[in-house]
Design a protein around this ligand. Sequence first.
Ligand code: CP3
Length: 339
Amino acid sequence: MVFIDACFKKYTPYTPVWLMRQAGRYLDEYKEVRKQAGDFLSLCKNPKLASKVTLQPVEILNVDAAILFSDILVVPFEMGMDLGFFAGEGPKFANPISSAQDLMKLNENAYEKLNYVYDTIALTRQNLAKDKALIGFCGAPWTLATYMIEGEGSKTYAKSKRMLYQNPNFLHKILQKITYNLKHYLEAQIQAGVNAVMVFDSWASALEGDSYLKFGWQYCKEIAEFIKTKYPHIPVILFPKGIAGFLDKIDGNFDVFGVDWSTPLSLAKEKLGAKYTLQGNLEPCRMYAKDAMLKGAKEILDLMQGSAHIFNLGHGMLPDLPRENVIALVEFIHNYKHS
Ligand code: CP3
């Protein structure tokens, strides 16, 4: 698989490409299946339909990897948190964590309840072309903790950060409980058939460097170490979003560093490119304009010529991106010849 070769810094005949949030509302085919499922969580819990939308972007866009269709929040959901997705507002938990009792009530072994995810993986791997990779994923402990503490997305993360500075030991306890589940969750995904795993730390940028390293990155590294020790043939991708200011401090036993769009790719290449394959980092909104999109893509490919690279966006696709541009982007990456 070209994608896996790139993860391990092996030669590839072209730059492999996939797109974060490649399954979603910019595809009418997705909206159709989503309607059939009813609501978003029901879609995640239905292996047949979830597998169908996992495969759609590979069939429509010809990307080199499929990413499991699910959500990072199914883990806190199965830990016992009351999750709802509301149109235009995003996800919400009705019972956020604020006390030791709240934490104690949460299921220690939520990964045992995620069989619908493992079934989706097995079904998808059966139907996916042999040369395409299937990526499994989870949210990073810090990012999941922010949702579990705030109860929803946040602009300031004030509750989570208040806890970090007032009661750091309690925050560590929450993070440890999540981390334990995530290690076993990713392991079960591997056993079900994924070829690589990715950890999304979408809200890494909410913290200053020292705090992020202790409360965020440390746990990402712990998960990566657990997987790499047991499954060295499975690439691990870490994506801490928005931490350009402290790339110098980034280390650990993983294979691919996901570069978000706000981090200059040249800086990531200078700091981390010798050690890790870099994945990224086109600004998703460039895809609204084909010329801006192709110009951005060319700059990225030219910069990464001769270095291990997986083309991707610098964050997820937006629901109203023009589908024809997305198809054109993948074609452009696959056919690019360096001059
Ligand atoms: O195609 C893929 O990338 C795979 C599926 C995937 C989804 N969510 C599907 C989804 C993945 C990898 C995620 C990860 C995820 N979920 C993250 C980390 C990545 C990132 O974007 O930073 C986060 C923070 C979440 C939490 C989440 N889930 C939010 C904030 C929302 C609402 C945003 C929105 O666009 O409405 C979701 C819902 C969600 N997850 C949708 C999809 C396709 C939209 C649901 C719908 O169909 O209405």
